[in-house]
Structures are given as structure tokens and as C-alpha cells.
Ligand binder design. Structure first.
Ligand SMILES: Nc1nc2c(c(=O)[nH]1)N=C([C@H](O)[C@H](O)COP(=O)(O)OP(=O)(O)OP(=O)(O)O)CN2
Ligand code: ZN
Length: 120
């Protein structure tokens, strides 16, 4: 089994619901997010070039991040969803695994110390 990852970045604001009123994340704030897409394939599924998938094929994902998420307010962007890192990772997986069937996990970092991963 091979696993490859490519990393993307965007900046956005959010506010988390369903937290105690005095929780810092219940207030409007922002992060410099990092998104990692992980793609997997078996040995016999590699392309003739030896790729799980050409990293360059993910340029449309970068365009989507720039157009849909960068410098946006995530509570307005993701329908009916509290934009925690966990929920965002699952949402991105759901939207993009239809396009790239090799996607096996999505990881989101909100701060230099935190990572959330969705891996169905
Ligand atoms: N499991 C989760 N916990 C938290 C999330 C989340 O998405 N999933 N989100 C937040 C906040 O949005 C934000 O990420 C703050 O995180 P936190 O690490 O608590 O913030 P700090 O950088 O201020 O933490 P330090 O203690 O200063 O390192 C909160 N929790
Ligand atoms: Zn936050």
C-alpha cells in the first residue's frame, strides 16, 4: 500500500456553537488553516509513472480552497455544520472523495499544535 499527501493552506474565520458561553471558541476568531489530503493505492494500482496520483492533478483542489474557503467565514460556507476541525475534515472528504477516489483521509490543522483527521 502506498500513501501520498499534499498540503494546502487558507485563512478563515469561524465561531463554534454548542460550547459553554465563556468558551474562547464561541467567540468570532480566525485561524491559518492547513489541510492535508492523503491518497492511497495498492502496489498494483500505481500508474505506469509509479504514481498513486500525480500531485499536479490536485491543482483543482487548490483552486477550490482559494475560491471557497480562503478569507471566508466558515459558518457561512459549510451548510448546517458547526465548523470544528473534525467536521471540516469530514466535509472536505465527502465533497472531494467523489472526484478523487484515492483520497483515504483528510487532516485539518487550526493551530501549530492541533490536528484533526477524518478517515472513513
Ligand atoms: N476537538 C476540537 N477541539 C477544539 C476545536 C476543534 O475544532 N476540535 N477547535 C477549537 C478552536 O476553534 C481553536 O482551534 C482553538 O484551539 P485551542 O488549541 O484550544 O486554542 P489555543 O491555541 O488557544 O490553545 P493553547 O492552549 O493556547 O495551546 C477548540 N477546541
Ligand atoms: Zn477556532
Amino acid at each position: 500500500m502506498f500513501r501520498i499527501t499534499k498540503e494546502f493552506a487558507f485563512s478563515a474565520s469561524h465561531r463554534l456553537d454548542h460550547l459553554a458561553q465563556d468558551h474562547q471558541c464561541a467567540r468570532l476568531h480566525g485561524h491559518n488553516y492547513i489541510v492535508q489530503l492523503e491518497l492511497s493505492a495498492d502496489v498494483n494500482e500505481l500508474t505506469t509513472a509509479g504514481f498513486v496520483r500525480d500531485y499536479g492533478d490536485l491543482s483543482d483542489f487548490k483552486k477550490w480552497i482559494d475560491a471557497e474557503l480562503d478569507h471566508r467565514h466558515l459558518n457561512d460556507v459549510i451548510p448546517d455544520c458547526n465548523p470544528s476541525a473534525e467536521n471540516m475534515a469530514m466535509w472536505i472528504y465527502t465533497v472531494w472523495s467523489e472526484r478523487f477516489r484515492e483520497i483515504s483521509a483528510v487532516r485539518i490543522s487550526e493551530t501549530p499544535k492541533t490536528w484533526a483527521e477524518y478517515r472513513p
